[in-house]
Design a protein around this ligand. Structure first.
Ligand code: SF4
Length: 250
């Protein structure tokens, strides 16, 4: 995987080099903006712009995706997200809730009515209910949807339906989307971990309930407090994740 700008890896190529470059770029941002009010915006923007840029670079020549507006078939699985992603979705909901209410969409109420993921749920587990942000097949938090959603891109809508209904084991997802998402998200987690910041993965629904109930959630994150801790998902142990990150960092 070749890289070009400040979030890239220079002339090195390959997933591990890409991870190291991403990690270094996130670490630099965390160092430059530690404990500042800008930290959340900076780190979130970096994660998403890096993901989008690298996916665009890696997907030239692939068949067209089956994903389209109005198809929310995959929006019934557990969504996991890092703390910066959760906090930006919470900020978006706070800012947009009144506007959505005028259209008959009550985002906080939809969230409150959605059950948290059961203990032990994994990242691809079908939950049996729609994501609270899926309205008539459209994601109403689309601009701030987590990396997990961006990285789940399919070539076959019928296979998505079959997989969700338990009739197929695998959806033919785009490997570049999945790989770039995993590497960018992992590098972000790794840099947060090294900086002593909350670095886990959280159930989006449960974490948002906490973030919206805690006006100090963003300040807590900037201060290194894991305010979302009750919403941590643990299908991959933190020790195992940490070992993987250390190995990739070399
Ligand atoms: S956040 Fe949006 S894209 Fe992600 S599962 Fe929910 S509705 Fe789908």
């Amino acid at each position: 995987m070749a890289q070009r700008d400040e979030t890239q890896g220079g002339p090195e190529a390959g997933p591990a080099a890409f991870f190291r470059a991403q990690h270094a770029a996130f670490a630099a941002t965390l160092g430059a903006h530690a404990a500042s009010a800008e930290l959340l915006d900076r780190i979130w923007m970096q994660a998403f712009s890096s993901y989008e840029h690298n996916v665009a670079e890696q997907t030239g020549g692939l068949p067209p995706l089956a994903c389209r507006k109005g198809c929310g078939t995959c929006c019934r699985i557990l969504v996991v997200a890092t703390a910066p992603e959760v906090l930006m979705v919470a900020r978006y909901i706070r800012g947009m809730a009144a506007g959505f209410r005028t259209m008959g969409i009550d985002l906080p109420a939809r969230l409150a009515a959605t059950p948290d993921a059961p203990a032990g749920a994994s990242g691809t587990m079908a939950l049996g209910h729609d994501c609270p942000f899926l309205v008539e097949g459209i994601c109403v938090i689309y601009p701030v949807r987590p990396l997990a959603c961006r990285g789940h891109a399919s070539f076959d809508a019928d296979a998505c339906i079959a997989a969700l209904e338990g009739e197929a084991d695998e959806v033919p997802v785009s490997e570049p989307h999945r790989t770039v998402r995993a590497l960018v998200q992992g590098a972000l987690q790794s840099a947060l971990r090294d900086a002593g910041a909350p670095w886990g993965l959280y159930d989006l629904v449960a974490a948002l309930k906490i973030a919206l109930a805690r006006p100090d959630a963003e300040a807590g994150f900037a201060a290194g407090c894991d305010v979302l801790h009750p919403a941590l998902v643990d299908h991959v142990s933190r020790e195992e994740m940490g070992r993987t990150f250390d190995r990739l960092k070399g």
